[in-house]
Ligand binder design. Structure first.
Ligand code: AMP
Length: 199
């Protein structure tokens, strides 16, 4: 049995947030979404929220150092001791290096990277639907276009790094919620990553 130290990577609208939360629940590890942490900080009116609000609304990336600080603090919480699923981090090669350094110090490398694939047209349609339902302030047309191009330019290349390490499972993200979850669980099970049997 392998520990679940996972990443979920995919373009906006791939369903990675929803699937990440489901997989985290099913495997008994926290799903940590940097986007959610930032949005909660903005909502709470915290210092962090004030720092990141305009960057996020414009669809740009928050600085690597500040983002990594958030991730490191979260990974140090007791509930992440047995494993974790990171959603939305790392987002570029610099963040890969920061995460590598952190995990190497602990001798706890990643055990799998889930790539959730959907066609660009599908992700755009899903973002438009989310904009109607949730009213996210960064779901404007300009910010969406910027986020998708940042994904293609900066985030997609991180998958090549993890692919070389043999960590990537590419999952078809089109299908019902349950179908996609089952595909992910199947790929993880093939790596020996599964929910620990109840004691
Ligand atoms: P998400 O919910 O993952 O789409 O993230 C929403 C926004 O939060 C992004 O458009 C970025 O502005 C910011 N953000 C989330 N994760 C990161 C990250 N790893 N690095 C930099 N900015 C991030």
């Amino acid at each position: 049995m392998q520990a679940a130290r996972l990443l979920i990577v995919g373009p906006q609208g791939s369903g990675k947030g929803t699937q990440g939360a489901r997989i985290g629940d099913l495997l008994g590890v926290p799903a940590i979404s940097t986007g959610d942490v930032f949005r909660a900080a903005i909502k709470d009116g915290s210092e962090l929220g004030a720092k990141v609000q305009s960057v996020i609304d414009a669809g740009d990336l928050v600085s690597d150092d500040l983002t990594f600080e958030v991730v490191r603090d979260r990974l140090q919480q007791p509930d992440a001791a047995g494993g974790f699923l990171l959603d939305g981090f790392p987002r570029n090669l610099a963040q890969v290096a920061l995460l590598d350094g952190y995990l190497a110090e602990r001798d706890e490398p990643l055990t799998a990277v889930i790539e959730l694939g959907v066609a660009r047209a599908v992700s755009i349609a899903r973002i438009a639907e989310r904009a109607r339902e949730q009213g996210r302030t960064d779901d404007t047309e300009d910010a969406i276009a910027k986020r998708l191009s940042i994904y293609e330019r900066e985030t997609a290349p991180i998958l090549d790094v993890y692919r070389e390490r043999g960590l990537v499972d590419t999952i078809d993200g089109v299908g019902s919620l349950e179908t996609v979850t089952a595909r992910i669980l199947g790929a993880l099970a093939a790596r020996g990553i599964a929910r620990p049997a109840a004691a």
